[in-house]
Design a protein around this ligand. Structure first.
Ligand code: NAD
Ligand code: DAU
Length: 353
């Protein structure tokens, strides 16, 4: 089959990236997919075992901050499209080590932009740089309302400040060098292969192991949850049909207070593990709040629905059941990723909460 596109996906060994890589490798056999990932603690090639031998897939271990390595990938594979997901992604880690977030999310993104600019040299026909970002750049909602694409940026954590900065750089390259780009800002994802430092997989893992369930503050913070495969579908839609220079918000129309979500997970797990009703909820433990904890995120996803026809494909009830089933069927994956360095992170982080 002749190759129609050479597509670079960064961060493809991580949670969302692995779903995006799988979707593109299996849906578009006519594309060559290059997955560039540094394999930090969050990157795991086990996430891609099922497609690693596909003829249209290549993995390159490299750091997006390494300009020479990134330029070589653009040259060796004649890259004509980028979907950029590589990032430091955990808010709690950004509070203890902000510079790691500046390095990867800001410096790394600009390094990648430079590589695209240099490789494409203004011959932009058929080229596209897609930057995957977060709703956290808009800050925290306190009095109702939703984030739209016009909401002013107001990042509140080192993580969201670094993502906001990277978004600004992408748009600046569009304005200054006419680099063709699209940006999307998505709400909280959940699903399989999610590293258990994040709320949903952490709670599932702790319930399974009868460990305390650390709820920050009063558990009143609200997040808008989207199934990760629906995010991957939105990325596919935007990459192929989004308009250059545009931003698309992606969300699940699915707001939950943390404490209600943890109770729901406890109820599902009681049923699946054959525990008495209410058993797992006894593990809930309120702990010191996250510093500067954003109260509520909620996305207005009407633009992508109206203009590109994307909407979430499944309900939260269905997605959460599937997610819990995946973790219970893949305890080996959980045990692998929570051995070693994870234990040190967990002890150090939750000792402060
Ligand atoms: P993740 O932490 O699971 O994965 C990040 C991946 O990037 C890992 O594979 C890691 O090895 C790789 N990486 C990190 N630093 C790198 C570097 N310097 N060079 C090359 N690779 C590097 O993250 P995720 O949750 O899958 O998020 C992916 C992207 O989506 C991020 O840009 C994040 O900001 C954004 N996002 C995430 C969510 C969410 O709910 N998880 C929501 C909206 C947007
Ligand atoms: O909104 C999109 C963002 O969602 C992404 O950009 C980030 O990469 C992703 O990590 C996520 O950020 P959050 O901070 O919202 O996700 P997290 O899973 O860390 O926390 C979700 C909520 O649960 C938040 O209000 C904090 C709370 N929480 C989290 C953990 C890890 C707890 O109460 N206890 C915990 O142990």
């Amino acid at each position: 089959m002749s190759v129609q596109r050479n597509l670079l996906i960064t961060g493809g060994a991580g949670f969302i990236g692995s779903h995006v890589v799988r979707r593109f490798v299996t849906t578009y056999p006519q594309y060559r997919i290059i997955n560039l990932d540094a394999l930090t603690y969050a990157g795991n090639l086990e996430n891609l075992r099922d497609i690693e031998n596909a003829p249209n897939y290549t993995f390159v271990k490299a750091d997006i901050c390494n300009a020479d390595a990134v330029a070589k990938v653009f040259k060796d594979f004649a890259i004509d499209g980028v979907i950029h997901l590589a990032a430091e992604s955990h808010v709690d880690r950004s509070i203890t080590d902000p510079l790691a977030f500046v390095r990867t999310n800001v410096f790394g993104t600009v390094t990648l932009l430079n590589a695209a600019k240099e490789a494409w040299k203004g011959a932009y026909d058929g080229k596209r740089f897609y930057h995957v970002s977060t709703d956290e750049v808009y800050g925290s909602l306190h009095d109702g309302g939703f984030f739209t694409e016009e909401t002013p940026y107001d990042p509140q954590s080192p993580y969201s400040a670094s993502k906001a900065s990277s978004d600004h750089f992408v748009r600046a390259y569009g304005n200054t060098y006419k680099l063709p780009f699209v940006v999307s800002n998505c709400s909280n994802n959940y699903g399989s292969h999610h590293f258990p430092e994040k709320l949903i997989p952490l709670m599932i893992n702790n319930i399974r192991n009868n460990k305390p369930l650390p709820v920050y503050g009063k558990g009143e913070n609200v997040r808008d949850w989207l199934w990760v495969e629906d995010h991957a579908a939105a990325i596919d839609t935007i990459f192929h049909t989004g308009v250059n220079g545009e931003t698309y918000n992606i969300g699940g129309h699915n707001e939950w207070k943390n404490i209600d979500l943890v109770h729901l997970l406890c109820a599902i797990m009681d049923r699946k593990l054959g525990r008495a009703e209410g058993e797992s909820a006894k593990l809930i433990t309120y702990v010191t709040d996250r510093a500067g904890h954003d109260l509520r995120y909620a996305i207005d996803a009407s633009k992508i629905e109206r203009e590109l026809g994307w909407r979430p494909s499944i309900t939260f009830e269905v997605g959460l059941e599937r997610t819990v089933d995946w973790y219970l069927a893949n305890t080996e994956w959980l045990d692998h990723v929570t051995s070693g360095a994870y234990q040190q992170y967990y002890q150090a982080h939750y000792a402060q909460h």
